[in-house]
Design a protein around this ligand. Structure first.
Ligand code: ZN
Length: 303
């Protein structure tokens, strides 16, 4: 095995990507979950999104959540925004680290925001300018980077094209989302390799779903190329039981459990993350998919 990065920077997306795809939960429960996550040692937390409350009622209390959480100085908190209005709300709420999404697939992008990919990229250029003027940073997330539930394959050249355009418009880093879990390790190797060649100076974060059981294998393929920035969701939170295809974030504690044993540091206290996963499970009131939550770490012995 090639040299793996010594240290990972994980972004915990359970409070946003996770809870956005679950039945609505109380504001206080969201705050309690973010506070628990802040105490695990995770370096980045995607806390909320500023989407239209009619589109996603689960996030209508974003500003309230953000004003109530205990902000740990060791954690970078971010907000996801779908458009300029969302960016304005996030900035007004005090966020200086934002993420904006565009789908590499036109059909998926139209389904999400009723715009073509090109139109969204035009909007993103304006958002980047606005966020930079406010002294903030904005990562551009390219969704459906390994395939689209409507179009199937998404050409690698198309993904790189979207990434190039975002970077030339000022994106502070990229994230590729495997939105419906269509990636496999060889596809990860190919896309990450081509992206590095095209955009060698741009930070790349990866967001995998375990919809088809390849989540951690994909992480390993990326680690072998030296990628050190990943998203994961506590307990595997997310993946609405009544919306097939929108499912399956990789579980943070499963990722931590695997890489720490391989000598890759995450800064995360595994037991604390497992406790947070149990808390997430109580909050949503359903069994979460994390296997490390069920079985415990490999070092745990039968009492
Ligand atoms: Zn996700």
């Amino acid at each position: 095995m090639s040299d793996l990065p010594q240290r990972l920077s994980l972004r915990e997306v359970g409070p946003r990507d996770g809870l956005q795809n679950e039945a609505p939960v109380a504001t206080a429960a969201k705050v309690a979950l973010i506070d628990a996550l802040s105490g695990t040692g995770v370096g980045r937390i995607e806390a909320v999104s500023f989407v239209h409350p009619r589109a996603i009622p689960q996030m209508s209390d974003a500003a309230q959540v953000w004003s109530s959480v205990r902000r740990d100085p060791g954690v970078r908190y971010s907000a996801l925004v779908p458009n300029l209005t969302g960016a304005e709300r996030a900035l007004e709420a005090g966020f200086r680290e934002l993420e904006v999404v565009v789908s590499a697939s036109d059909t998926h992008n139209r389904t999400n925001v009723n715009r073509s990919t090109g139109e969204s990229l035009d909007d993103i250029a304006v958002i980047l300018e606005r966020v930079h003027a406010a002294g903030g940073t904005c990562q551009v997330i390219v969704a459906t980077a390994w395939g689209c539930p409507y179009e199937g394959e998404v050409a690698l050249e198309r993904v790189i094209g979207v990434a190039r355009r975002a970077v030339s418009d000022g994106a502070d880093g990229l994230s590729y989302g495997d939105t419906t879990g269509m990636a496999t390790p060889s596809r990860v190797t190919r896309l990450v390799g081509e992206t590095r060649a095209a955009l060698p100076d741009t930070g790349l974060n990866l967001h995998f779903h375990n919809t088809r059981g390849t989540g951690l294998a994909n992480v390993l393929a990326a680690l072998e190329l030296g990628v050190s920035d990943f998203d994961a969701s506590v307990g595997g939170l997310g993946g609405c039981p009544y919306a097939p295809g929108a499912s399956g974030n990789i579980a943070t504690e499963e990722l931590v459990h695997m890489v720490e044993d391989m000598g890759v540091a995450t800064g995360i206290d595994l037991e604390a993350m497992i406790e947070a996963a149990a808390q997430a499970e109580r909050i949503v009131g359903r069994t979460l998919p994390s296997q490390v939550l069920r079985a415990g770490p490999r070092t745990r012995t039968v009492a």
